[in-house]
Design a protein around this ligand. Sequence first.
Ligand code: ATP
Length: 386
Amino acid sequence: MATPQPSRTQQKQLEPWRNAGEKPYVRVEKVTKRFGDFTAVDDVSLSIYRGEFFSLLGGSGSGKTTLLRMLAGFEQPTEGKIFIDGVDMSDVPPYERPVNMMFQSYALFPHMSVESNIAFGLQQDRVPKAEIRDRVAEMLELVQLSPFAKRRPHQLSGGQRQRVALARALVKKPKLLLLDEPLGALDKKLREKTQFELVNIQEKVGITFVIVTHDQEEAMTMSSRIAVMNKGYIAQVGTPTEIYEYPNTRMVAEFIGSVNIFEGRVVESEPDHSLIRSDEAACDLYVSHPAHIGVGTACWVAVRPEKIAISKEPPLGGEPGRNQTAGVVKEIAYLGDVSIYDVDLDTGKRVRVTAPNLTRRTEMPITWEDRVYLSWRPFAGSVLTE
Ligand code: ATP
């Protein structure tokens, strides 16, 4: 049975940023943060909508944490303004913001039990005892830690400690939860499992999450949208698919996953396609979208490794010399489900290809030093101008 597709209205609710009438829950307006003469956050503007799982993704020192700390109120913008739920936060101290922050270190109290750690903030706020009990029990249930309520943090695994920190941040019912590298302390397997848990919990509680991460896979798995940060500015904002399939610069293309970038020059620039001549690729690159730049302009074409087909025979169909090139296999990495091939073209350009391992028995496997043909479809490439 076919899965029912969301209606247009539902889609708009799921993707509020596409709805011009929707008011952002968080609005960052031309925010700059300088420490002395160093600019950590550079003229950033962003809109984040209610219920989003929004990631700030970037390399070390790109300004992600500084931006998060300004949302929390731990730092003040040097220039610009932050609005939360329509209210200017300039004079609102951290404890009066509808915001809670979960730190990478979790900052749990080692001498307190799990339930006391979760209850702590509510006790500080003088919430009645019976209500504290109920809310803590509800949180323990949510993060599946009820059987561990009496344990101390050192008697828990890393993943369980992470869930205590999450419960402690959520119990105060913030409207906005800020998470700084929330899975940073977990090993790879546990990280992957916890990513799904975190998304499920976020959907259950319906709170807007803004997370900081340097891990692109993590951002791709969890986020409604991602802002890619570089040197304090925002390079691109989009859904994981938009960022991956339509990166706007070489920097974003290279940061998100692996990519082949071919340098070339536009020879046809039409509304429905562009043709780029590339000496490096030793073929013409036909792209089924407009480049919006004139004939003769220098540009780059990005092609993801999984979009390139590799074969020992020349490809059937297509047009020779267009999205078809050839080279010699120099490296192979077998990863089980896929294999990675690094192929040197005759021009010296190294091209990466990933191919699923569905080898047909009749086909000879590709091995080192084999001469191979590479080909890809017109929709596989993106034209980039910077
Ligand atoms: P990471 O992933 O390494 O934590 P980040 O993207 O979160 O990186 P930030 O912590 O926001 O980066 O820091 C951005 C830049 O601002 C860095 O170069 C950092 O050294 C600088 N910076 C941050 N806080 C201060 C401070 N209080 N004083 C001076 N410089 C600072």
